[in-house]
Design a protein around this ligand. Structure first.
Ligand code: GDP
Ligand code: MN
Length: 372
Protein backbone atom coordinates (compact mmCIF):
# COMPACT_ATOMS: atom_id res chain seq x y z
CA UNK A 1 0.00 0.00 0.00
CA UNK A 2 1.30 3.39 -1.00
CA UNK A 3 1.08 6.35 1.32
CA UNK A 4 0.70 9.95 0.37
CA UNK A 5 3.79 12.11 0.90
CA UNK A 6 2.18 13.87 3.85
CA UNK A 7 1.51 10.61 5.70
CA UNK A 8 4.93 9.17 4.80
CA UNK A 9 6.58 12.31 6.14
CA UNK A 10 4.70 12.05 9.43
CA UNK A 11 5.85 8.46 9.82
CA UNK A 12 9.46 9.33 8.93
CA UNK A 13 9.33 12.23 11.36
CA UNK A 14 8.07 9.98 14.18
CA UNK A 15 11.33 8.06 13.75
CA UNK A 16 13.35 11.26 14.02
CA UNK A 17 13.89 12.25 10.38
CA UNK A 18 13.60 16.04 9.99
CA UNK A 19 10.84 17.36 7.70
CA UNK A 20 9.65 20.81 6.68
CA UNK A 21 6.82 22.53 8.53
CA UNK A 22 3.65 22.04 6.53
CA UNK A 23 -0.10 21.43 6.47
CA UNK A 24 -2.60 19.72 4.21
CA UNK A 25 -5.07 21.82 2.22
CA UNK A 26 -8.23 20.68 0.45
CA UNK A 27 -9.02 23.95 -1.28
CA UNK A 28 -7.08 26.87 -2.66
CA UNK A 29 -8.57 29.13 0.05
CA UNK A 30 -7.19 26.79 2.68
CA UNK A 31 -3.78 26.82 0.97
CA UNK A 32 -3.87 30.59 1.06
CA UNK A 33 -4.71 30.82 4.77
CA UNK A 34 -2.07 28.21 5.65
CA UNK A 35 0.57 30.19 3.82
CA UNK A 36 -0.38 33.44 5.51
CA UNK A 37 -0.36 31.81 8.96
CA UNK A 38 2.80 29.79 8.40
CA UNK A 39 4.69 32.46 6.50
CA UNK A 40 5.91 32.69 2.91
CA UNK A 41 7.50 31.61 0.63
CA UNK A 42 5.82 28.24 0.44
CA UNK A 43 6.00 25.18 -1.74
CA UNK A 44 2.64 23.71 -2.77
CA UNK A 45 2.60 20.05 -3.70
CA UNK A 46 -0.05 17.82 -5.24
CA UNK A 47 -0.75 14.83 -3.00
CA UNK A 48 -1.04 11.94 -5.42
CA UNK A 49 0.19 8.38 -5.19
CA UNK A 50 2.24 8.56 -8.37
CA UNK A 51 5.73 10.02 -8.51
CA UNK A 52 7.17 12.57 -10.92
CA UNK A 53 4.94 15.39 -9.72
CA UNK A 54 7.70 17.96 -10.11
CA UNK A 55 8.06 17.26 -13.80
CA UNK A 56 4.29 17.14 -14.28
CA UNK A 57 3.85 20.60 -12.74
CA UNK A 58 2.45 19.32 -9.45
CA UNK A 59 5.07 21.10 -7.31
CA UNK A 60 4.99 24.89 -7.37
CA UNK A 61 6.17 27.83 -5.29
CA UNK A 62 4.40 30.92 -4.02
CA UNK A 63 5.91 34.10 -2.60
CA UNK A 64 2.75 35.50 -1.07
CA UNK A 65 -0.69 34.20 0.02
CA UNK A 66 -2.37 35.57 -3.12
CA UNK A 67 0.01 33.62 -5.30
CA UNK A 68 -0.57 30.56 -3.09
CA UNK A 69 -4.29 30.81 -3.87
CA UNK A 70 -3.63 30.96 -7.60
CA UNK A 71 -1.03 28.18 -7.65
CA UNK A 72 -3.13 25.91 -5.41
CA UNK A 73 -6.07 26.41 -7.73
CA UNK A 74 -3.95 25.37 -10.71
CA UNK A 75 -2.67 22.23 -9.03
CA UNK A 76 -6.10 21.21 -7.69
CA UNK A 77 -7.39 21.21 -11.25
CA UNK A 78 -4.69 18.84 -12.45
CA UNK A 79 -4.65 15.18 -13.24
CA UNK A 80 -1.26 13.55 -12.81
CA UNK A 81 -0.93 10.23 -14.62
CA UNK A 82 -4.72 9.72 -14.49
CA UNK A 83 -4.88 10.66 -10.82
CA UNK A 84 -7.02 13.65 -9.88
CA UNK A 85 -5.38 15.97 -7.37
CA UNK A 86 -7.68 16.20 -4.37
CA UNK A 87 -5.45 17.63 -1.72
CA UNK A 88 -2.24 19.55 -1.35
CA UNK A 89 0.66 19.80 1.01
CA UNK A 90 1.65 23.38 1.76
CA UNK A 91 5.14 23.61 3.19
CA UNK A 92 7.59 26.30 4.17
CA UNK A 93 9.91 26.61 1.21
CA UNK A 94 13.41 25.57 2.08
CA UNK A 95 16.54 27.20 0.78
CA UNK A 96 18.34 24.32 -0.85
CA UNK A 97 22.11 24.02 -1.24
CA UNK A 98 22.11 20.44 -2.46
CA UNK A 99 19.74 17.55 -3.20
CA UNK A 100 20.63 13.99 -2.19
CA UNK A 101 18.84 10.72 -2.72
CA UNK A 102 18.39 7.82 -0.27
CA UNK A 103 16.15 4.82 -0.67
CA UNK A 104 15.71 1.49 1.05
CA UNK A 105 13.93 -1.16 -0.96
CA UNK A 106 13.94 -4.86 -1.66
CA UNK A 107 16.28 -6.25 -4.29
CA UNK A 108 14.06 -9.10 -5.53
CA UNK A 109 16.93 -10.69 -7.46
CA UNK A 110 19.27 -10.70 -4.49
CA UNK A 111 16.35 -11.42 -2.15
CA UNK A 112 17.59 -8.86 0.35
CA UNK A 113 16.99 -5.29 1.35
CA UNK A 114 19.20 -2.79 -0.42
CA UNK A 115 20.10 0.81 0.31
CA UNK A 116 20.73 3.11 -2.64
CA UNK A 117 22.12 6.57 -2.08
CA UNK A 118 23.54 9.40 -4.12
CA UNK A 119 25.00 12.84 -3.76
CA UNK A 120 23.01 13.82 -6.83
CA UNK A 121 19.35 13.43 -5.96
CA UNK A 122 16.26 15.22 -7.26
CA UNK A 123 13.88 14.78 -10.12
CA UNK A 124 16.56 13.46 -12.50
CA UNK A 125 17.44 10.37 -10.48
CA UNK A 126 16.19 7.92 -13.14
CA UNK A 127 18.44 9.56 -15.73
CA UNK A 128 21.38 9.45 -13.35
CA UNK A 129 20.83 5.72 -12.89
CA UNK A 130 21.16 5.33 -16.66
CA UNK A 131 23.96 7.75 -17.46
CA UNK A 132 26.11 7.57 -14.31
CA UNK A 133 25.18 4.46 -12.33
CA UNK A 134 28.53 4.65 -10.52
CA UNK A 135 27.24 7.77 -8.76
CA UNK A 136 24.63 5.68 -6.98
CA UNK A 137 25.98 3.81 -3.98
CA UNK A 138 24.52 0.38 -3.38
CA UNK A 139 24.74 -1.30 0.00
CA UNK A 140 23.26 -4.57 1.20
CA UNK A 141 22.70 -4.61 4.96
CA UNK A 142 22.62 -8.07 6.46
CA UNK A 143 18.90 -8.58 7.17
CA UNK A 144 19.68 -11.19 9.84
CA UNK A 145 21.60 -8.85 12.09
CA UNK A 146 21.01 -5.30 13.21
CA UNK A 147 21.92 -2.51 10.80
CA UNK A 148 24.41 -0.41 12.72
CA UNK A 149 24.99 3.36 12.67
CA UNK A 150 28.60 2.95 11.53
CA UNK A 151 27.41 1.12 8.40
CA UNK A 152 25.12 4.05 7.60
CA UNK A 153 28.03 6.46 8.07
CA UNK A 154 30.09 4.30 5.74
CA UNK A 155 27.39 4.74 3.07
CA UNK A 156 27.49 8.50 3.63
CA UNK A 157 31.26 8.44 3.20
CA UNK A 158 31.02 6.45 -0.02
CA UNK A 159 28.42 8.93 -1.31
CA UNK A 160 31.18 11.50 -1.12
CA UNK A 161 29.39 13.96 1.12
CA UNK A 162 31.40 16.65 2.92
CA UNK A 163 33.02 15.33 6.08
CA UNK A 164 31.00 17.59 8.39
CA UNK A 165 27.79 16.08 6.96
CA UNK A 166 28.71 12.42 7.34
CA UNK A 167 27.34 11.95 10.82
CA UNK A 168 24.01 13.68 10.00
CA UNK A 169 23.64 11.86 6.69
CA UNK A 170 24.49 8.55 8.38
CA UNK A 171 21.91 9.21 11.07
CA UNK A 172 19.15 9.80 8.50
CA UNK A 173 20.08 6.72 6.45
CA UNK A 174 20.06 4.66 9.63
CA UNK A 175 16.65 6.01 10.65
CA UNK A 176 15.23 5.43 7.19
CA UNK A 177 16.31 1.81 7.41
CA UNK A 178 14.56 1.59 10.81
CA UNK A 179 11.34 2.86 9.20
CA UNK A 180 11.72 0.30 6.43
CA UNK A 181 12.08 -2.53 8.96
CA UNK A 182 9.45 -1.36 11.40
CA UNK A 183 6.74 -0.94 8.78
CA UNK A 184 7.58 -3.98 6.61
CA UNK A 185 8.11 -1.62 3.73
CA UNK A 186 8.74 -2.41 0.09
CA UNK A 187 10.20 1.05 -0.31
CA UNK A 188 11.13 3.87 2.04
CA UNK A 189 12.59 6.73 0.07
CA UNK A 190 13.71 10.33 0.45
CA UNK A 191 14.24 12.14 -2.83
CA UNK A 192 15.36 14.78 -2.46
CA UNK A 193 16.96 14.81 0.94
CA UNK A 194 17.96 18.45 0.96
CA UNK A 195 20.79 20.37 2.56
CA UNK A 196 19.42 23.63 3.97
CA UNK A 197 20.74 26.27 6.37
CA UNK A 198 19.09 24.11 9.09
CA UNK A 199 20.85 20.93 8.03
CA UNK A 200 19.50 17.90 6.17
CA UNK A 201 15.73 17.68 5.73
CA UNK A 202 13.46 15.23 3.88
CA UNK A 203 11.84 17.40 1.18
CA UNK A 204 9.94 14.45 -0.26
CA UNK A 205 8.96 11.08 1.19
CA UNK A 206 7.75 7.84 -0.29
CA UNK A 207 6.54 4.87 1.70
CA UNK A 208 5.14 1.66 0.28
CA UNK A 209 4.16 -0.97 2.85
CA UNK A 210 4.04 -4.59 1.74
CA UNK A 211 0.35 -5.46 1.38
CA UNK A 212 0.70 -8.88 2.94
CA UNK A 213 2.05 -7.38 6.14
CA UNK A 214 -0.65 -4.76 6.61
CA UNK A 215 -2.38 -7.03 9.10
CA UNK A 216 0.59 -6.31 11.38
CA UNK A 217 -0.01 -2.60 11.01
CA UNK A 218 -3.66 -2.21 11.92
CA UNK A 219 -2.73 0.98 13.75
CA UNK A 220 -1.43 2.44 10.51
CA UNK A 221 -4.48 1.38 8.54
CA UNK A 222 -6.73 2.82 11.25
CA UNK A 223 -4.97 6.16 11.56
CA UNK A 224 -5.58 6.76 7.89
CA UNK A 225 -8.34 9.29 8.45
CA UNK A 226 -10.22 9.82 5.27
CA UNK A 227 -8.87 13.27 4.61
CA UNK A 228 -5.41 11.77 4.33
CA UNK A 229 -6.58 9.49 1.60
CA UNK A 230 -8.34 9.70 -1.67
CA UNK A 231 -11.37 7.87 -0.28
CA UNK A 232 -14.04 8.51 2.35
CA UNK A 233 -13.74 5.81 4.95
CA UNK A 234 -15.84 5.18 8.04
CA UNK A 235 -15.47 2.08 10.19
CA UNK A 236 -18.67 0.39 11.35
CA UNK A 237 -19.47 -2.55 13.58
CA UNK A 238 -20.40 -5.24 11.06
CA UNK A 239 -18.49 -7.64 8.86
CA UNK A 240 -19.44 -6.73 5.28
CA UNK A 241 -17.20 -4.05 3.82
CA UNK A 242 -19.25 -1.76 1.62
CA UNK A 243 -17.47 0.16 -1.12
CA UNK A 244 -19.22 2.36 -3.64
CA UNK A 245 -18.60 5.27 -5.98
CA UNK A 246 -20.33 8.30 -4.56
CA UNK A 247 -21.77 8.80 -1.08
CA UNK A 248 -25.40 8.25 -2.15
CA UNK A 249 -24.69 4.97 -3.88
CA UNK A 250 -22.55 3.75 -1.00
CA UNK A 251 -25.30 4.57 1.51
CA UNK A 252 -27.83 2.78 -0.69
CA UNK A 253 -25.55 -0.25 -0.79
CA UNK A 254 -25.39 -0.18 3.02
CA UNK A 255 -29.19 -0.03 3.19
CA UNK A 256 -29.39 -3.01 0.85
CA UNK A 257 -27.06 -4.99 3.09
CA UNK A 258 -29.17 -4.07 6.14
CA UNK A 259 -32.39 -4.92 4.33
CA UNK A 260 -31.06 -8.42 3.75
CA UNK A 261 -30.12 -8.78 7.42
CA UNK A 262 -26.40 -8.05 7.06
CA UNK A 263 -24.19 -5.58 8.93
CA UNK A 264 -21.82 -3.19 7.12
CA UNK A 265 -18.18 -3.10 8.35
CA UNK A 266 -17.28 0.00 6.42
CA UNK A 267 -18.66 2.91 4.54
CA UNK A 268 -16.04 3.52 1.88
CA UNK A 269 -16.72 6.00 -0.88
CA UNK A 270 -14.17 6.00 -3.68
CA UNK A 271 -15.72 9.14 -5.15
CA UNK A 272 -16.37 10.00 -8.75
CA UNK A 273 -13.77 9.30 -11.42
CA UNK A 274 -11.74 7.03 -9.17
CA UNK A 275 -8.64 5.67 -10.84
CA UNK A 276 -7.43 2.10 -10.91
CA UNK A 277 -4.98 3.02 -8.14
CA UNK A 278 -7.67 4.43 -5.88
CA UNK A 279 -9.78 1.27 -6.28
CA UNK A 280 -6.70 -0.74 -5.47
CA UNK A 281 -6.06 1.35 -2.37
CA UNK A 282 -9.70 1.13 -1.24
CA UNK A 283 -9.65 -2.65 -1.54
CA UNK A 284 -6.35 -2.84 0.31
CA UNK A 285 -7.86 -0.91 3.20
CA UNK A 286 -10.86 -3.18 3.62
CA UNK A 287 -8.99 -6.40 2.89
CA UNK A 288 -6.70 -5.56 5.76
CA UNK A 289 -9.40 -4.48 8.15
CA UNK A 290 -9.77 -7.51 10.42
CA UNK A 291 -13.55 -7.71 10.99
CA UNK A 292 -14.26 -7.86 7.24
CA UNK A 293 -15.57 -11.22 6.04
CA UNK A 294 -17.08 -10.20 2.72
CA UNK A 295 -16.46 -7.21 0.49
CA UNK A 296 -19.41 -5.73 -1.37
CA UNK A 297 -18.25 -3.47 -4.17
CA UNK A 298 -21.13 -1.53 -5.69
CA UNK A 299 -20.21 0.45 -8.79
CA UNK A 300 -22.54 2.27 -11.11
CA UNK A 301 -20.12 4.02 -13.42
CA UNK A 302 -20.74 7.64 -14.32
CA UNK A 303 -17.51 9.58 -14.30
CA UNK A 304 -16.00 6.49 -12.76
CA UNK A 305 -15.21 4.03 -15.53
CA UNK A 306 -16.14 0.40 -15.02
CA UNK A 307 -12.97 -0.80 -16.79
CA UNK A 308 -10.77 1.24 -14.40
CA UNK A 309 -12.62 -0.34 -11.48
CA UNK A 310 -12.17 -3.82 -12.96
CA UNK A 311 -8.44 -3.31 -13.45
CA UNK A 312 -8.10 -2.03 -9.87
CA UNK A 313 -9.93 -5.10 -8.55
CA UNK A 314 -7.80 -7.53 -10.56
CA UNK A 315 -4.63 -5.79 -9.36
CA UNK A 316 -5.61 -5.74 -5.69
CA UNK A 317 -6.64 -9.40 -5.74
CA UNK A 318 -3.40 -10.31 -7.52
CA UNK A 319 -1.40 -8.66 -4.80
CA UNK A 320 -3.00 -10.29 -1.81
CA UNK A 321 -2.45 -13.79 -0.55
CA UNK A 322 -5.54 -13.60 1.59
CA UNK A 323 -8.57 -15.56 0.55
CA UNK A 324 -10.99 -12.80 -0.26
CA UNK A 325 -14.74 -13.09 -0.60
CA UNK A 326 -15.80 -10.29 -2.83
CA UNK A 327 -19.17 -9.62 -4.43
CA UNK A 328 -19.09 -7.12 -7.25
CA UNK A 329 -21.87 -5.19 -8.89
CA UNK A 330 -20.48 -3.48 -11.94
CA UNK A 331 -22.47 -1.43 -14.43
CA UNK A 332 -22.35 1.99 -16.08
CA UNK A 333 -19.73 3.74 -18.18
CA UNK A 334 -17.55 1.23 -20.05
CA UNK A 335 -19.38 -1.69 -18.42
CA UNK A 336 -18.74 -4.10 -21.30
CA UNK A 337 -14.98 -3.51 -21.12
CA UNK A 338 -15.00 -3.75 -17.32
CA UNK A 339 -17.07 -6.90 -17.22
CA UNK A 340 -14.79 -8.52 -19.79
CA UNK A 341 -11.71 -7.73 -17.67
CA UNK A 342 -13.36 -9.42 -14.67
CA UNK A 343 -14.47 -12.37 -16.78
CA UNK A 344 -10.97 -12.85 -18.19
CA UNK A 345 -9.59 -12.83 -14.65
CA UNK A 346 -12.20 -15.35 -13.51
CA UNK A 347 -13.86 -12.93 -11.09
CA UNK A 348 -17.68 -13.19 -10.97
CA UNK A 349 -19.86 -10.09 -10.96
CA UNK A 350 -23.50 -9.04 -10.90
CA UNK A 351 -25.31 -6.22 -12.65
CA UNK A 352 -28.20 -5.89 -10.19
CA UNK A 353 -27.42 -4.19 -6.89
CA UNK A 354 -30.34 -5.90 -5.12
CA UNK A 355 -29.14 -9.32 -6.20
CA UNK A 356 -25.51 -8.61 -5.36
CA UNK A 357 -26.40 -7.35 -1.87
CA UNK A 358 -28.36 -10.52 -1.17
CA UNK A 359 -25.47 -12.70 -2.37
CA UNK A 360 -23.05 -10.78 -0.13
CA UNK A 361 -25.23 -11.25 2.97
CA UNK A 362 -25.89 -14.94 2.23
CA UNK A 363 -22.19 -15.53 1.70
CA UNK A 364 -21.33 -13.80 4.96
CA UNK A 365 -23.91 -15.85 6.88
CA UNK A 366 -22.57 -19.03 5.32
CA UNK A 367 -19.00 -18.12 6.32
CA UNK A 368 -20.11 -17.43 9.87
CA UNK A 369 -21.87 -20.80 10.11
CA UNK A 370 -18.77 -22.54 8.76
CA UNK A 371 -16.64 -20.60 11.23
CA UNK A 372 -18.69 -21.78 14.25
P1 GDP B 1 8.43 14.62 -7.15
O1 GDP B 1 8.77 15.27 -8.44
O2 GDP B 1 7.07 13.99 -7.17
O3 GDP B 1 9.45 13.68 -6.68
O4 GDP B 1 8.31 15.83 -6.08
P2 GDP B 1 9.37 16.40 -5.02
O5 GDP B 1 8.68 16.60 -3.74
O6 GDP B 1 10.61 15.58 -4.97
O7 GDP B 1 9.71 17.85 -5.59
C1 GDP B 1 10.34 18.03 -6.84
C2 GDP B 1 11.43 19.09 -6.75
O8 GDP B 1 10.89 20.30 -6.29
C3 GDP B 1 12.57 18.77 -5.78
O9 GDP B 1 13.54 17.95 -6.36
C4 GDP B 1 13.09 20.14 -5.48
O10 GDP B 1 14.03 20.55 -6.45
C5 GDP B 1 11.89 21.01 -5.58
N1 GDP B 1 11.44 21.33 -4.20
C6 GDP B 1 10.58 20.63 -3.43
N2 GDP B 1 10.44 21.22 -2.21
C7 GDP B 1 11.24 22.32 -2.23
C8 GDP B 1 11.54 23.35 -1.28
O11 GDP B 1 11.07 23.39 -0.14
N3 GDP B 1 12.42 24.34 -1.67
C9 GDP B 1 12.97 24.35 -2.93
N4 GDP B 1 13.80 25.33 -3.23
N5 GDP B 1 12.71 23.39 -3.83
C10 GDP B 1 11.87 22.39 -3.50
MN1 MN C 1 10.68 13.45 -5.15
Amino acid sequence: MKFFENMAKRIFNQEGIPILEGHVAYSSEEAMSISSEMGVPVVIKAQVLTGGRGKAGGVKFADNPGEALKVADEILGMEIKDEKVKHLLVEKKAEIFNEYFVTVSVDRGARKPVILASKEGGVEIENLAKTNPEKIIKYYPNPLIEFLPYEAREIARRMGVESELISQMGDIIWKLYKVFEKYDADTAEINPLVLTPDGLIAADAKLVVENDSLFRHQDLVKTLHYKEKAVDFVQLDGDIAVIGNGAGLTLTAMDMIKLNGGEPATFLDIGGGASEQIINQALNIVLNYDPVKVVFLNVLGGITKADDVARGVVKALDQTNRKVHIVIRLTGTNEKEGQKILEDAGIPFETSMEKAAKIAVDLCNQLKTEGD
